[in-house]
Design a protein around this ligand. Structure first.
Ligand code: NI
Length: 255
């Protein structure tokens, strides 16, 4: 059985065939998934789907690219949603220095506010990082994020930062890039992360694993991620799927 810790089935890419996508996930052995909402449209949709499907859980947060749009109203909304029985984490939140819609100082402020909220409501956090690793680690340390712990989502950075994440009670989640032929960093990370801190995800519809790279991603493909990690770690597929599922359930507090 597999646990896809990061899906965006709440976006329009799946409007035409959502039920078929869910059936293929089931057929591939995906037992549970966390659907991540990140703005005014995708957050209500994540909640709606988590209410509809018993195997689906929700995470809600404000994406760093849109940090400039987050006011106190949105923060209060996130706080209200955090008590929903199917909301298991806050996020995705973090820093994204690739896009310049939101200035860095505003991204950092919005990131800090969401970490503070997570500590207030006692939920773990899911981190989006693009070209901002050192600032992210600094903010997480300054805000004492280790009190709630979190996930470095779609980790695609040097193995050198993994220890700092582990020290803050973070888990490392790997996705499609670990299967890309020319991607060396996530492969090194896949071999390095301890058994009890490893998670898998698709981040669908983005980042489809090999051999579907460039196409729309979907939860069934998390199996390709697990197979690749098993190969890299010289462990069996069963071991990786069991371990990562156990880790995800423990992390999200799911029975
Ligand atoms: Ni995402």
């Amino acid at each position: 059985m597999l646990f896809d810790t990061h899906v965006h089935l709440n976006v329009s890419h799946f409007d035409d065939d959502r039920e078929e996508v869910l059936q293929r996930a089931k057929d591939a052995g995906v037992e549970k998934m966390v659907i991540v909402g990140f703005d005014h449209e995708t957050i209500p949709k994540a909640i709606e789907m988590a209410e509809k499907y018993d195997y689906m859980y929700a995470a809600v947060g404000w994406h760093p690219v849109d940090a400039i749009d987050m006011t106190d109203k949105e923060l209060e909304w996130l706080e209200k949603l955090s008590s929903h029985p199917k909301v298991v984490a806050l996020g995705e939140m973090g820093l994204d220095y690739h896009w310049d819609k939101s200035p860095k100082n505003i991204q950092i402020e919005v990131f800090r506010k969401q970490i503070q909220l997570a500590k207030k409501v006692n939920l773990p956090i899911i981190i989006h990082n693009r070209e901002a690793t050192e600032d992210i680690i600094q903010v997480l340390q300054e805000e004492k994020a280790e009190e709630v712990g979190g996930i470095m989502h779609c980790y695609n950075d040097s193995v050198d930062y993994v220890d700092a994440c582990l020290a803050m009670n973070f888990y490392i989640s790997l996705g499609g890039p670990v299967t890309f032929k020319n991607a060396t960093l996530p492969k090194e990370v896949a071999k390095y992360v301890p058994d009890d801190r490893l998670l898998i995800e698709t981040d669908c519809p983005f980042l489809a694993p090999h051999p579907n790279r460039g196409k729309r991603n979907e939860p069934a493909y998390v199996k390709l991620v697990a197979e690749k990690i098993a190969e890299l770690r010289e462990q069996s597929y069963e071991e990786i799927s069991t371990k990562t599922t156990e880790n995800a359930k423990r992390f999200f507090g799911i029975k």
